[in-house]
Design a protein around this ligand. Structure first.
Ligand SMILES: O=C(O)CCC(=O)C(=O)O
Ligand SMILES: [Fe+2]
Length: 331
């Protein structure tokens, strides 16, 4: 039987309350985790668990609504990334993913579309509350990253993240026949790396997330990594939040921090005992993606460029990059 791999666990408690040395130590731990695994679990992240559990409950009620009700919330061309995405709507390298999601942005964003209050009472309130808590955690994490990168407060990463481009995504992977996933006929979430600077991921007790061991391959594109790398099974931890670096943060740090390819399949790390081997149980997760403000020019930071590792990329306009990438994902 396969097992779960060990991911770094960083305790964030003393980042808020500790001394300057405590903050520096935590920044170094995060730096190390992002240089190696690209992913880490955060303990004492400060978001109350009941709030997350409540949103998982509301999310389940939402996905249980009739398809025709959910589809009324499909994004319009104007609100490209917000609303309901039905199963098989996302196409990556010609492969359809067996998942549905509901995405929303900054609570003030007029392009958000919400279900009628009576259909899932308290859904919007719970979602906005968690979104705001995640935004606050992102600000603290960016402060921590800026310490690791030795950036002055004027140049800190937080300066470019007002929250106007943050997106929350409620995800549901319905139960599916095991054979469909094993044969590669279908996928739950195809191998990809995130576009974000940082991503937060909340899980319950159904796993399935797999992360590429980037030391096992010399490939870099998601498709090639998917074929050639060893994938590590992530143990789902409902008490911790999973944090990872996306493409924009990798580019900003001149490759110092890895944007690691990952995918969702069935939970290989879990004993199949007591489960029906014919199907894999449904999985719910909540992802929060932080992006820099649209006008930001993302260019490798001076503190990340050396003679040994010269600047690898030129400037990239964050807003244009996102528009281009999202347009390709949801044609
Ligand atoms: O649902 C998950 O566990 C992962 C989701 C993910 O990787 C994504 O939406 O980018
Ligand atoms: Fe992802």
């Amino acid at each position: 039987m396969e097992t779960y791999s060990k991911l770094p666990v960083v305790d964030f408690a003393s980042f808020r309350t500790g001394s300057a040395e405590d903050r520096k130590r935590i920044a170094l731990e995060v730096d190390d985790a992002l240089r190696t695994a690209g992913f880490f679990y955060l303990r004492n992240h400060g978001i109350p668990r009941p709030k997350i559990q409540d949103l998982f409950e509301k999310s389940k009620q939402f996905f249980n609504l009739p398809k025709c009700v959910k589809e009324k919330l499909a994004p319009t061309p104007k609100s490209l990334e917000q609303g309901y995405f039905g199963q098989e709507k996302e196409i990556v390298r010609g492969q359809k993913s067996l998942k549905e999601s509901f995405d929303f942005a900054n609570p003030d964003d007029s392009s958000n579309s919400w279900p009628a209050e009576a259909s899932v009472p308290g859904f919007r309130e719970s979602a906005v509350d968690v979104h705001q808590n995640c935004s606050k955690l992102i600000s603290e994490l960016l402060e921590c990253l800026s310490i690791a990168l030795q950036l002055s407060s004027m140049d800190s990463l937080g300066q470019h993240h007002s929250g106007s481009m943050f997106v929350s995504s409620l995800l549901h992977y319905p139960s599916v026949a095991t054979r469909m996933l094993r044969s590669g006929e279908s996928t739950r979430n195809p191998a990809h790396s995130d576009l974000s600077t940082l991503t937060l991921l909340f899980q319950q007790d159904v796993g399935g997330l797999q992360i590429a061991d980037m030391t096992s391959t010399d490939k870099t594109t998601s498709a090639a990594v998917n074929k050639s790398a060893t994938f590590l099974n992530v143990e789902p931890r409902s008490d911790l939040v999973l944090v990872n670096a996306g493409y924009l943060l990798m580019r900003w740090t001149n490759g110092r921090w890895k944007s690691v390819v990952h995918r969702v399949s069935f939970d290989c790390g879990k004993s199949m005992e007591g489960q029906s081997p014919k199907s894999v149980p449904e999985r719910h997760s909540i992802a929060f993606f932080s992006f820099p403000d649209a006008e930001t020019s993302v260019e490798p930071l001076g503190t990340c460029c050396t003679n040994e590792v010269p600047k690898k990329w030129g400037p990239l306009n964050a807003g244009e990059y996102l528009r281009r990438k999202r347009g390709a994902l949801y044609p």
